[in-house]
Design a protein around this ligand. Structure first.
Ligand code: LCS
Length: 394
């Protein structure tokens, strides 16, 4: 019953996973152990052979971690979850599963910087080939496909441009050529977008962001749409040792229970802030999926359950003006990361995307002028007052 997909999101964010503690604990306890005792030699051998259910060793599985994996998989409407030590661990585990010497990935040119730089600096050394295109236009993806293409990867809305890619069109294309569509759903969380509903095969998350929501841990998650992909990816995570720690898993599970509440609150403020910015004389452009001026506003309405809490904007005075703004906010923190209860502002070109070359950033729309804002749950009038006083110094 508690795992039913028919229950509402707020009910599922509290109960999904259907965890039953043997001692009756109402919340998921932290199984802070590296190893589990076998009943006898035969039981140990049967657990290893997969003939009997039983925990063996925390890198391979742990009840606290399993509770979190089941809960997030339920919210994403996926088959199963695989928790990892970070969002990058989730991404590299998926890359390692589907790519290898001579294999090719078609990916978005605007995505979290290290998700691209790890490909260009590390995976390339092992003979993996890549093409980065603007996946917001399906034609670009079609023309980048090669016989060796083994994965289509996107992030929507993209970090930091807020460009939106059409999940259904990408999934149809991926299936036409028989490869998985992998989607980084970090910017939305399952509260605002569920890529599997549009045909995505694998979803990745930096749980450091919305799922945990309190900016106090780093963690990741992989959700597969089916058993086949779960069976391919899970041993890679286990053998590469990308597992999450039980304490971290507990923290995310605790944060997950208020996911929708946090997003509803911050999203209402984000809409007001986006309108405030759009009307501000010192602002040149605002990229927020909730504004009709967003170039993919219609698509956002179609595939997202809300415009979210992330936005990017450009100041008329260019980078120097942006720098003045971010140096003068007092309440909003000048810090990378996103999706927490506190509002954060940062400069992608010199911070989160600094390892991507200047030409590649420009091609992807990550201009020097762009400032990214993650709206938290503070009172919106206080956030606007903070921006106001910082704009006065620009
Ligand atoms: N995917 C997206 C969309 C991200 O924004 C990030 C981190 C990751 C994956 C990687 O997750 P991690 O390993 O850090 O848990 N994004 C960051 C950002 O925009 N600022 O700081 C980190």
């Amino acid at each position: 019953m508690k795992n039913s997909e028919n229950l509402g999101f707020f009910t599922r964010q509290v109960h999904a996973g259907d965890f039953n503690d043997p001692l009756g604990s109402a919340t998921v306890p932290i199984y802070q152990t590296s190893t589990f005792k076998f009943k006898n030699a035969d039981h140990g051998a049967a657990c290893f052979a997969g003939e009997q259910k039983g925990y063996i060793y925390t890198r391979l599985g742990n009840p606290t971690i399993a509770a979190l994996e089941n809960a997030v998989a339920n919210l994403e409407k996926g088959f199963a979850g695989i928790a990892t030590s970070s969002g990058m661990a989730a991404i590299t585990t998926v890359y390692l599963t589907f790519l290898g010497k001579g294999k090719h990935i078609v990916s978005h040119n605007a995505l979290y910087g290290p998700a691209r730089s790890v490909m260009e600096t590390i995976f390339a050394r092992f003979g993996v080939e890549y093409t980065y295109v603007d996946t917001t236009n399906i034609e670009n993806v079609k023309s980048a496909i090669r016989p060796e293409t083994a994965m289509i990867y996107t992030e929507t809305p993209a970090n930091p441009t807020m460009g939106i890619s059409d999940l259904k069109k990408l999934a149809d294309l991926a299936h036409e050529i028989g490869v998985p569509l992998v989607v980084d759903n970090t910017f939305c969380s399952p509260y605002l977008q569920r890529p599997i509903e549009f045909g995505a095969d694998v979803v990745v998350h930096s749980m450091t962001k919305f799922l945990n929501g309190h900016a106090d841990i780093v963690a990741g998650m992989i959700i597969t749409a089916n058993e086949k992909y779960h069976k391919l990816i899970n041993p890679v995570m286990i053998n590469m040792g990308c597992n999450i720690d039980p304490h971290q898993a507990y923290m995310v599970h605790r944060g997950l229970k208020t996911l929708g509440l946090r997003i509803e609150r911050a999203q209402a403020s984000a809409m007001k802030i986006a309108e405030y910015l759009q009307n501000h004389p010192k602002v040149a452009k605002v990229n927020y999926p909730g504004l009709k001026s967003h170039s993919q506003y219609e698509l956002a309405q179609k595939q997202m359950y809300g415009p979210g809490t992330m936005m990017a904007f450009e100041l008329k005075g260019g980078f120097n003006a942006g720098k003045k703004l971010i140096d003068n906010v007092q309440l909003i923190l000048l810090a990378v990361s996103l999706g927490g209860i506190e509002s954060l502002i940062q400069h992608p070109a010199s911070m989160t995307h600094s390892k991507v070359s200047h030409e590649k950033k420009i091609e992807a729309g990550i201009t020097d002028e762009l400032v990214r804002l993650s709206v938290g749950i503070e009172n919106v009038e206080d956030l606007i007052a903070d921006l106001d006083q910082a704009f006065e110094k620009v």
